[in-house]
Design a protein around this ligand. Structure first.
Ligand SMILES: *Cc1c(COP(=O)(O)O)cnc(C)c1O
Length: 357
């Protein structure tokens, strides 16, 4: 069977075990004689998947008491609105680190007073702003921990004098996180923890119920806490595959091991980008993401971009075209991207240099 070297930014590569478990569950879900997409979401069999998945989130991320884990629809993009509706009363601050951060800020501005506290727009979001102060009069401060398009990442859990809210769509479960530093964490599952269709939210209970506006039931986090993410029909198939993905993360040793694997993979590729005279990285070195690795042809070889794309494609590389706002190339090296794929890409770069450099 053909297996691609999948560097897609999302949806993206999933662990083979999770994909195989999904295939099996489509044939016969837990001996029910039905597929997982045909059973009732109120059945005992399904309830056990929901419970297991919630428990795995808490265990793997070491989520303290006082938080709830929710599985919702609508993607991270819907959370841009949820966050503002549920938390914004007087003023919210956003760290403007890219397109996703800007979209989150835009939704908040539609709800109330929201401002960019700092921005890296001046250099096309190629770095993470530093040295700014988080105003103490904010209802919350919103960050995007990994900037999927630009390949920059906030790699530590920052201290914040106000409730810290994080879009972790593209680096959740890539490293251990001190959840207690965050009031709310959310993201689309489709970059590190599953297929598209389910959105995870980790919310500290005490931040809710503080706004005066009317909250529609569906947009009120408290509804989903109360109904254990089954206020309406949950995206069962996506949650099933997410659960299998979490089992895989646990089986490889949890987030400490995952982090080490990710650091090693990223170091291999960045070392080649820095060594190879035909390529150069686009993100500030200290802010380089370990999930999305962006690079371009060096100035002298700009005319070779198309040629390298073709060369890499012919050797099985998939999804390495950079986002149009950065250009060049982007290799997304999420949890499930095997080191063999990184090595295959590096071989491509070395061969290409031998022929054209
Ligand atoms: C992909 C992505 C989003 C959008 O996620 P959807 O689930 O498609 O709405 C938001 N934020 C970040 C950081 C992303 O990488």
């Amino acid at each position: 069977m053909k297996v691609a070297h999948n560097f897609n930014a999302g949806p993206c590569v999933l662990p083979r075990q999770a994909v195989q478990a999904a295939i099996d569950a489509l044939t016969d879900f837990k001996g029910s004689g039905m597929s997982v997409i045909e059973v009732s979401h109120r059945s005992k069999e399904w309830e056990s998947v929901m419970n297991e998945c919630r428990a795995l989130w808490k265990e793997i991320l070491n989520i303290p008491d006082g938080y709830h884990v929710l599985f919702l629809g609508g993607g991270a993009s819907m959370q841009f609105l949820y966050v503002a509706m549920n938390l914004l009363e007087n003023k919210a601050g956003y760290l403007e680190t890219g397109v996703w951060a800007k979209k989150a800020l835009k939704e908040a501005k539609g709800i109330g007073n929201a401002v960019a506290v700092a921005s890296s727009a001046d250099k096309n979001f190629s770095y993470i702003p530093k040295g700014y102060e988080i105003p103490k009069d904010l209802d919350y401060f919103h960050i995007t921990t990994n900037n999927t398009i630009y390949g920059t990442e906030i790699k530590t859990d920052m201290d914040s004098p106000v409730n810290l809210v994080a879009d972790m769509s593209s680096d959740i479960m890539s490293r251990p996180v001190d959840v207690s530093k965050y009031a709310l964490i959310y993201g689309g599952a489709q970059k590190n923890v599953g297929p598209a269709g389910v959105t995870f939210v980790i919310v500290r209970d005490d931040i809710l119920g503080k706004v005066t506006r009317y909250l529609p039931s569906m947009l009120d986090y408290r509804t989903h806490i109360q109904e254990e993410s089954m206020f309406n029909t949950p995206p069962v198939f996506s949650i099933f595959v997410m659960n299998e993905t979490l089992k895989w993360i646990k089986s490889v040793g949890g987030l400490k091991s995952m982090h080490k694997l990710n650091l090693d993979k990223a170091a291999l590729l960045y070392n080649e980008i820095d060594r190879n005279k035909m390529f150069e990285g686009t993100a500030a070195v200290e802010d380089r993401s370990i999930m999305n690795i962006c690079f371009v042809m060096a100035e002298k070889y700009k005319d070779k971009e198309e040629a390298f794309m073709t060369f890499a494609k012919e050797r099985g590389m998939v999804g390495i075209k950079g986002h149009r706002s950065v250009g060049g190339f982007r290799a997304s090296t999420y949890n499930a991207c095997p080191v063999e794929s990184i090595k295959a890409l590096i071989s491509c770069m070395q061969e290409f240099e031998k022929i054209n450099g």
